[in-house]
Design a protein around this ligand. Structure first.
Ligand SMILES: Nc1ncnc2c1ncn2[C@@H]1O[C@H](COP(=O)(O)OP(=O)(O)OP(=O)(O)O)[C@@H](O)[C@H]1O
Length: 243
């Protein structure tokens, strides 16, 4: 589904962050990305979601070479992708339901956008996605009253209602208590398996990567030093990633 060859990215004046990365990611995979602080995990996700331009490299998505796409083509592609930030990008004063529905903005008829109305079908679909992430009973609560893990799960439901085929989750469980972290990871895993969404998930906790990753990538000094099927890492592999 995604093939990348020789992706490089530097920041001025001469700070190379990603160095000739090559990999493949298939539909329905949960790729757990581990690496020390500053190893380039966020930069990699921002490059893959075309939020950052690439210095070099070839990018194949669903069989099409999208290296260097711009403008409308880039906009269309980005509709396939969702970016989950460590602090979810939600409107705190609006309800969980309204936040999920806002994911449909680009799918709505113009008159519904202007009138601020929602169809019954959209409403039911949003409720279905909230149910999927276990938040049906919080649908009408303002997001500012939800816990960190619940906010993250609202963001997941919003990504799903948009029809995201690929989700970049940048440290989605950072700062969550163990139980909330587990629930977020279980939701992400389930949508990989059931909805065949491909998820890239950066994590600081190696055990979470081992438990949930169908693949584990390790990034160190701009290079992909580990690329294995999900399992316990050997001490040697941990040393490669964390030094
Ligand atoms: N816009 C930018 N301009 C210059 N340098 C940047 C920019 N964005 C990131 N960097 C640098 O790139 C390096 C990698 O940053 P990045 O945020 O990708 O790392 P990370 O692995 O996600 O780190 P962490 O785990 O701490 O979040 C860091 O040294 C950072 O300072």
């Amino acid at each position: 589904m995604i093939i990348v060859r020789n992706l490089s990215k530097s920041f001025p004046p001469d700070h190379e962050i990603l160095s000739r990365l090559s990999f493949q990611a298939d539909e329905g995979e949960l790729i757990a990305l581990i690496g020390g602080s500053g190893s380039g995990k966020t930069t990699l996700f921002r490059c893959l979601s075309l939020k950052l331009t690439w210095d070099e490299g070839q990018y194949i998505y669903k069989g099409n070479d999208i290296s260097g796409v711009r403008g409308l083509e880039q906009f269309k592609l980005r509709k396939d992708w969702a970016f989950l930030e460590e602090k979810p990008n939600l409107n705190p004063r609006k309800s969980a339901l309204k936040n999920v529905l806002s994911g449909l903005f680009f799918h709505k008829a113009w008159w519904r956008i202007l009138s601020g109305t929602t169809s019954g079908d959209d409403h039911m679909t949003a409720m279905d996605y909230l149910d999927k992430v276990g938040l049906l009973d919080k649908a009408h609560d303002p997001v500012e009253r939800l816990s960190g893990g619940e906010k993250q799960r609202v963001a997941i439901a919003k990504a799903l209602i948009r029809g995201a085929k690929v989700i970049y989750a940048d440290e989605p469980i950072s700062g969550l208590d163990p139980e909330a972290a587990l629930r977020v990871m279980e939701d992400l895993k389930e949508i990989c398996v059931k909805d065949k969404v491909t998820i890239f998930c950066s994590l600081h906790q190696v055990e979470m990567a081992e438990k949930f990753g169908s693949r584990i990538w390790g990034l160190a000094e701009g290079r992909l030093v580990v690329d294995i099927a999900g399992r316990r890492l050997t001490q040697h592999e941990k040393n490669l990633v964390f030094g």
